[in-house]
Design a protein around this ligand. Structure first.
Ligand code: IPE
Ligand code: IPE
Ligand code: MG
Length: 259
């Protein structure tokens, strides 16, 4: 199922964001500041994920997406990479049953083939178990890169079109977006990056075209429900125009209200 792109439909001002996408950054610095190994920051970071999932479910957010491991993160020391993998396995072991009990649907997107087969099987099992849940959809982006996503979509689409004898026809945005790895979700309304850096780091490149961006210096392990509320209020005070003028947007929302 594909959704109407949020670049086409203007959500009401003051609405809760339907889709929040987060770059969880600052785990290492959180730990270093406390003279702890970086690993300790990642462990604490998993707890922060739990808190934010719960807070978003309570606030009626429909889609929550976390950047957990980027295609570039393989460049880190082998020891840190393997610890992150182990943490991922433990988190799945511990959290999936709870998520399922809370009606949460879990999705994991990215180039999963590079992961250990045991981890791949766990991911598949978790997705299958929670597939029919109707509550919050939590997506974990693992070995994910925005460029990887666009390229895998182009390649899959091209292959199918070649097989159907349509390879020489132009493709549209809607056709391509149906092949992106998060085609099941609307585009993020609110993008959050913790940890003080103000960059996208190859996250959802296509889907962030018109998202509202929110950057905070708070390190990810310290990002709690109160910090989330600050980001949501910031979002709620913004006027999303998608290229239109402010006057056009106000007129449209007045019309919607009188309906
Ligand atoms: C984000 O925190 C977690 C991952 C990338 C897995 P970092 O590990 O990047 O923390 P800093 O940026 O070094 O503080
Ligand atoms: C981005 O964080 C990726 C994740 C949070 C998984 P990084 O800390 O790896 O980003 P850069 O490389 O500093 O931009
Ligand atoms: Mg970082």
């Amino acid at each position: 199922m594909t959704h109407t792109s949020s670049t086409k439909e203007i959500p009401a001002v003051g609405a809760i964001p339907k889709h929040i996408a987060i770059i969880m950054d600052g785990n290492g610095r959180w730990a270093t500041k406390r003279f702890l190994p970086r690993v300790a920051g990642h462990v604490k970071g998993v707890e922060a994920v739990r808190g934010i999932v719960e807070a978003c479910a309570r606030r009626g957010v429909s889609y929550l997406t976390f950047f957990a491991f980027s295609s570039e993160n393989w460049r880190r020391p082998a020891e840190e990479v393997s610890l992150l993998m182990r943490l991922f396995v433990t988190a799945l072991e511990k959290e999936v049953a709870k998520m399922h009990a809370n009606n949460i649907r879990l999705k994991v997107v990215g180039d999963l083939a590079r992961f250990d087969p045991q981890l791949q099987n766990m991911i598949l099992a978790a997705e299958q178990k929670t597939a029919n849940n109707q509550g919050l959809t939590v997506t974990v982006c693992a070995n994910y890169g925005g460029r990887w996503d666009i390229m895998q979509a182009v390649n899959r689409l091209q292959k199918e079109r070649a097989a159907a004898g349509l390879a020489d026809q132009e493709i549209t945005e809607d056709q391509l977006s149906a092949y992106l790895s998060m085609a099941y979700a609307p585009e993020p309304d609110l993008f959050i990056r913790t940890g003080g850096e103000t960059r996208i780091s190859n996250f959802l490149l296509w889907q962030l075209a018109y998202s509202e961006l929110y950057f905070t210096d708070t390190f990810w392990p310290d990002f709690d429900a109160a910090a989330l509320d600050l980001s949501i209020s910031s979002y709620q005070n913004r006027e999303r125009r998608f290229g239109r003028t402010s006057a056009q947007v106000s007129e449209q929302s007045a019309q919607q209200e009188s309906k």
